[in-house]
Ligand binder design. Structure first.
Ligand code: NAP
Length: 357
């Protein structure tokens, strides 16, 4: 396999030490949760790792992969983030929480708005209250590009969640639980992602691939990168930051060429709630955005009595330009067709009926 291009970063050079710590993952049976669990179990010896989610079958599937005899420190909690008491019970003695549980399908949120608000907003409030009451040290909540200038309820609910997590630092006071956000875009190959959809269509023998708009661009992040990024943010966080990884972009037209060379495409029009380009940092946030070599950090405008990013990281921090926005179309780091194909091969995402070059 060829060497990875340099713009595909590794983020885990200085991850937090999770040995002998107790970690809880809300939504621990989802795509991120399972990858995070695997990373934690493979790289550390935690005191306990707790999976918190609703569906017993998904928990059973995870439990099958990690037999109790070999993984005695792994615990499963059936619970709903809408239930504050249950969260509090699960969080006793926990040091670090990753909050990944969410309703995340744009259309489902539009048609079931009360459900979306209950899980994504009230659930976030419950996580904050339970973490403060039980003395959790640090919480990272996962956010999405859709929370930046939201145009749909899913994005708006995640923005509300981001805001209440950040003010959680204010409520918990100095020395209390620290809350930060990690924001990234669609995870390559995750359920319902464009790569997964194209892969399925090509394998089913499609003669043309549907494209919503041929100008469309997206960021590119893998699940492994997302997990590494979160663990590095646990180490860096002081509370109140929105961490955004520097990741490359691709055009969806280039992606079709990488996945099925020469295959025609047809336009189907942009879907409700969908954006042409992803925004991770809107221009209105540029005044509070700091740049490091591998990430951006949006600082809180609340008075949290927390040292600023510049105070903590000194010379490695730069400000960004007055009109800066971090969007998938304006991103300097772009993946071309060849690199995309290489990454698809490495991630085992090339359709089975397409021959690797
Ligand atoms: N995937 C992406 O492309 C992407 C991109 C950017 C941000 N994110 C964010 O990353 C996080 C994780 O995403 P994912 O892709 O891992 O999602 P996922 O695969 O859909 O998993 C969601 C997890 O949350 C649990 N869950 C859902 N509702 C719950 C509730 N009310 N109480 C407790 N647990 C609940 C689910 O298990 P049960 O159904 O059994 O409860 C499952 O374990 C989300 O916050 C999402 O907004 C994802």
């Amino acid at each position: 396999m060829g060497e990875k291009p340099s713009i595909i970063r590794r983020f885990s050079d200085s991850p937090i030490d999770l040995n002998d710590k107790t970690i809880m993952i809300t939504g621990g049976t989802g795509s991120f949760g399972k990858a995070f669990l695997d990373f934690v179990i493979s790289n550390y010896t935690p005191k306990r790792t707790i999976i918190f989610s609703r569906d017993e079958f998904k928990q059973h599937e995870v439990a099958m992969k990690y037999p109790k005899a070999e993984y005695p420190a792994l615990r499963f909690f059936i619970g709903d983030v809408r239930n504050a008491d249950r969260l509090e019970m699960a969080m006793r003695g926990v040091d670090y929480v990753v909050h990944a549980a969410a309703m995340k399908q744009v259309a489902a949120a539009e048609y079931n708005p009360f459900e979306c608000i209950h899980t994504n907003v009230i659930g976030a409030e419950n996580v904050i209250r339970a973490a403060m009451r039980t003395g959790v040290k640090k919480v990272i909540a996962l956010s999405t590009d859709k929370a930046a200038n939201p145009v749909n309820l899913y994005g708006a609910s995640k923005l509300a969640s981001d805001k209440i997590f950040i003010s959680g630092n204010y409520l918990s006071g100095s020395g209390g639980t620290r809350f930060s956000i990690v924001r990234y875009g669609n995870v390559v190959g995750s359920r319902g992602s464009v790569v997964e959809v194209f892969k399925r269509l090509i394998e089913e023998g499609a003669e043309s691939l549907p494209i919503t708009d041929d100008r469309m661009t997206r960021f590119w992040i893998s699940l492994t990168q997302a997990v590494h990024f979160v663990t590095s943010c646990f180490e860096m966080m002081a509370g109140g930051e929105v961490f955004v990884p520097k990741i490359p972009s691709m055009s969806v037209v280039d992606l079709t060429e990488a996945m099925a060379p020469g295959m025609p495409t047809h336009l189907i029009g942009i879907r409700p709630g969908e954006k042409l380009h992803e925004t991770m940092i809107p221009v209105d946030d540029c005044r509070t955005t700091a740049e490091l070599s591998d990430r951006y950090i949006i600082e809180s405008m609340l008075d949290l009595s927390i040292p600023t990013v510049a105070e903590r990281f000194g010379d490695s921090v730069q400000g960004v330009a007055d009109n800066f926005a971090y969007t998938s179309d304006q991103n300097d780091e772009r993946l071309g067709v060849e690199v995309l194909r290489k990454l698809l091969v490495e991630g085992n995402m090339l359709p089975a009926n397409v021959t690797a070059p």
